[in-house]
Write a protein that binds this ligand. Structure first.
Ligand code: AKG
Length: 284
């Protein structure tokens, strides 16, 4: 896949640290957008190109209605078109450069599909869910596969909230009664007003966001679906936490070591030029 941006520009980094997120326009080519979008229907229907099920698959046809936002986590293990984007070294390089990390490895990807009328994802901080790794922080590359609009259930960020404390996970992630419930309390604790920015961009644009920035998305009141692909990265130096676990991702921990296994959390890019060697063969 060809990405327009190859590394974190000074401007991207300035916006990222000022607001907690930064838009990279025209990040993924139109061909790339078409190729990834075409994988959504088969993936959610359970047709896995590699024969391997993603780590999380929260929406099944026939079982779940159109009212919830469809989410798959680690689609890269099931589908090489998804893998080509989320395991690209450019994604890892930009995430690492934004955070001043020695490199970046994939923590997880998200394949997100919000049909017309689908309901909210509660506002949350990604780092609230990262106690199972050390250091417990992520940076994400959120790629729009459709043009996004304020009323169309786009992602929304609370500007500057990456500077607030990291709170525990929110009470309800999918379809909460009030998607802003926890972030309102967090703003009160920080002593500031909520400054919510809905991201309105053409398809192919990306937003890089800090793991501590509050964000979520509301009901899709528009007249077209909103699909996104997200690569969540952690530092290439990240290890498992010796005590705290993730019910899903700590299953990949080997006994007797805290080291991450490259097969499950591949290194996308490192300053010294190293990248998990299996990736290129896997993407063929
Ligand atoms: O796209 C969305 O609705 C939310 C995505 C999200 O929470 C994330 O990328 O961390």
């Amino acid at each position: 896949m060809s990405f327009l941006l190859e590394r974190a520009s000074a401007e991207l980094k300035r916006c990222f640290w000022r607001d907690g997120f930064a838009v990279a326009p025209r990040f993924l080519s139109p061909d790339g957008v078409r190729a990834v979008a075409a994988r959504f229907a088969p993936l959610f229907a359970g047709e896995f190109e590699t024969g391997i099920q993603p780590d999380e698959w929260n929406w099944r046809p026939g079982r779940d209605g159109n009212a919830i936002t469809r989410q798959i986590c680690n689609g890269w293990k099931a589908d090489r078109t998804i893998a080509k984007i989320v395991l690209d070294e450019v994604v890892g390089r930009i995430c690492a450069e934004l955070m001043d990390w020695p490199g970046a490895r994939i923590n997880q990807d998200n394949v997100l599909w919000k049909p017309v009328g689908a309901r909210a994802l509660g506002f949350h901080q990604d780092d609230s869910y990262q106690r199972w790794i050390v250091p417990p922080s992520m940076v994400s590359c959120w790629i729009a596969l459709d043009k996004t609009a304020r009323d169309g259930g786009t992602i929304e960020y609370v500007r500057g909230s990456h500077r607030w404390a990291v709170d525990p996970p929110i009470a309800q992630f999918h379809d909460p009664a009030d998607p802003l419930a926890q972030v309102r309390m967090a703003a009160r604790a920080a002593g500031v007003e909520l400054d919510i920015v809905p991201v309105e961009v053409p398809s192919g644009s990306a937003v890089f966001h800090h793991g501590s920035v509050w964000h979520g998305s509301r009901i899709n009141l528009g007249n077209s679906d909103r699909r996104s692909l997200v690569a969540h990265c952690m530092s290439s130096s990240a290890e498992f936490h010796p005590v705290h676990t993730s019910p899903i991702y700590s299953r990949y921990r080997h006994h007797g070591t805290l080291a991450m296994d490259e097969s499950f959390f591949p290194t996308l890019w490192r300053k010294d030029g190293w990248r998990s060697p299996f990736i290129e063969g896997y993407l063929q």
